[in-house]
Structure formats: structure tokens, C-alpha cells
Design a binder for this molecule. Structure first.
Ligand code: DGY
Length: 321
């Protein structure tokens, strides 16, 4: 029987998963670095594609692979960088890696809420600039989480896990908005409200929606104007969900208190970017899912899906079937 070839677009994928694919009888090819030209060059003849990259997975990539390409394992929860229509046209199946990263990303949602609310960037700069003040009672005071209202936009797996984390902080209310009310959320006391009500009431606003045509630019100038002046804005979804100039303006003019961002535009953020010079912004380099356990889980799920897709079994976490 012909040995099927799987191309992995990232050399740092856990070696255990690669070994297991080899043991299952696949011929594995690996791209040495995140380099579109190298991916294009190695693609011809590939049956399965392990897409461990935020590069666009589009017509050019699929054309380069050839008609034998049958299955793509996208190694992220978000798949806004994948042209689903092109896959459907060609009958190519695809999977992503939801849920395995809920805990790690929810941890970062909490981390950014606390860090931005407690003025982490500014506090650190004060030490570095020899401006540590000892005799001012309310120096560097920030926002309390206890008794606060948490507003979560998008109560999917990540949003839900984030809500659960916040319960442990003795918050007053957990509000959420989205397409529909969720029964299991109501049972836990989370309140389903419309966006305006959420923005008007929340002390921490956490964005956990996927990037789609509907959510692109969703957090715009009008959105920030509706937030409370003491409120902290946290984004753990995708940068383009936010109208970034509008966010920067809201932070500069005091329309909102602070922001914690794991995602932004562009990524990687240039080191001289304005966001990095703002005292009321905490920025992370899109590392919310970056824990050993989570990254291994994402690799194993991708591997399982690829094998299932290439052997005619139903995918565990399909995005195109
Ligand atoms: C995801 O999986 O979507 C995370 O943002 C990591 O890219």
C-alpha cells in the first residue's frame, strides 16, 4: 500500500506526536521554519497537512499541494486564517483544536484582567525609573476584582472556563452575551444580557469570540464609549476583533481604565509599537495557550484528527467534513 505523506509546517511540534505518526506508517516531512516559500516547495504530493502556523491557508497552498491532499489538521482553536470555502470546493476535510486549550487561555484571561486592573506595566516602569513612592496612601491603586461585574463576550469553551475561574474571586455578577442564552450558564447563575447592558455594567470586559466576518472590528469606538470609565478591557481572541486605533484612543482619553491584550494587530507587534508605550496596557505575545500540557494536547489532537481523516474515520473536532 502507498505510504501517505504528512507535511508538518512547524519543526517544534512535539516529537512524541511525530514519532507516533511515523509508527502509524506515515511518511513525515517537516518545514524548517515558518516560511511560506519553503512550505510551497515541500507541499507537492502531500496527503495530509499539519498546519501549525498562523500563515494563511488558502488557494495557493491547496493548489501547490495537489489533488491527493485529503486532510488538514489545523493546530489551533481559531481557524480564521483558513479558507474554508476552498477546502469545501476540493472535498478536503479539516479539524482544529478546541477545548484542549480552554484552561490555559482562561488562565491568561484572568491574568490579564488582574495585571491590567492593578496597573502592572505602570508599576514596573515606576521601579525602573526610580519613581517608587512610599508615602502616598493611594499610590498605584487599581481595580478590585472582588465584588466586581465580569462581562464575557462569547461564552464558548474558553469564555465558560474563564467565568468559572472568576467565581473563585467572589465577584458580584458574571454577565455574558452571544448568540443565545445557555442553559448550563443559567444554572451557574451567569446572566445572559445584550451587549449594551453588558458594557454598561461590567468592570472587566473579556472578549472570547472567534474572528469571523461578523466579529471583525466588533469592538469599535462606540463599543468603548459604552464601557465604564473604571473598566478593564481584555482580549484573548484575535486582534482584528478590535478596532485598535479606537481602543488606543479610549485608553488615552480615559474612556476606559486599562487593557490586557494577548492578541493584537499586527502580530508579531513591532517593538516600537504605540501599545507598548502605554502605561495602562499589558501586552503578551499571543501566548495564552502556551503551556507544556496544552501544547502537547493540541499536538495529540491534531495527530488523532489527521489519522482519522486519512483513514476514513469521523474527525474528533471537525471544521470541514
Ligand atoms: C488558538 O489556538 O487559536 C490560540 O490562539 C493559539 O493560536
Amino acid at each position: 500500500m502507498e505510504k501517505l505523506t504528512v507535511l508538518i509546517t512547524n519543526p517544534t511540534v512535539p516529537i512524541v506526536a511525530i514519532k507516533e505518526m511515523e509508527e502509524k506508517g506515515y511518511n513525515i516531512k517537516i518545514v524548517n521554519k515558518e516560511d511560506r516559500a519553503e512550505i510551497l516547495q515541500k507541499l507537492p504530493g502531500t496527503h495530509g497537512l499539519w498546519w501549525a502556523s498562523q500563515l494563511k491557508l488558502d488557494k495557493e497552498i491547496l493548489d501547490a499541494a495537489g489533488p491527493q491532499l485529503k486532510m488538514i489538521g489545523v493546530m489551533s482553536a481559531g481557524y480564521n486564517h483558513v479558507s474554508l470555502d476552498e477546502l469545501k470546493k476540493r472535498g478536503i476535510k479539516a479539524s482544529n483544536t478546541p477545548n484542549v486549550l480552554n484552561d490555559a487561555v482562561a488562565d491568561v484571561a484572568v491574568l490579564l484582567s488582574l495585571a491590567a486592573g492593578r496597573r502592572m506595566t505602570e508599576a514596573r516602569w515606576a521601579i525602573e525609573n526610580n519613581q517608587w513612592v512610599n508615602n502616598e496612601w493611594k499610590w498605584m491603586v487599581g481595580q478590585d476584582v472582588r465584588n466586581s461585574t465580569i462581562g464575557i463576550i462569547g461564552l464558548g469553551g474558553i469564555g465558560f472556563t474563564t467565568a468559572r475561574r472568576f467565581k473563585g474571586f467572589d465577584v458580584k455578577d458574571i454577565l455574558y452575551t452571544g448568540h443565545k442564552e445557555k442553559k448550563e450558564a443559567a444554572e451557574l447563575g451567569y446572566k445572559f444580557v445584550d451587549l449594551d447592558a453588558l458594557l454598561a455594567a461590567s468592570d472587566f470586559v473579556i472578549v472570547a469570540v472567534p474572528l469571523t466576518a461578523e466579529t471583525q472590528g466588533f469592538c469599535d469606538a462606540a463599543f468603548f464609549k459604552k464601557m465604564k470609565k473604571n473598566a478593564v478591557f481584555v482580549n484573548i481572541s484575535r486582534g482584528p476583533v478590535v478596532d485598535q486605533p479606537a481602543l488606543i484612543n479610549a485608553l488615552k482619553t480615559g474612556e476606559i481604565f486599562a487593557a490586557g491584550l494577548d492578541v493584537m494587530t499586527p502580530e508579531p507587534l513591532p517593538p516600537d509599537h504605540e501599545l507598548l508605550k502605554m502605561p495602562n496596557v499589558v501586552v503578551l505575545p499571543h501566548i495564552a495557550s502556551a503551556t507544556n500540557h496544552t501544547r502537547d494536547g493540541m499536538a495529540i489532537l491534531t495527530m488523532q484528527n489527521l489519522h482519522r481523516g486519512l483513514t476514513g474515520q469521523p474527525l474528533l473536532t471537525p471544521i470541514v467534513e
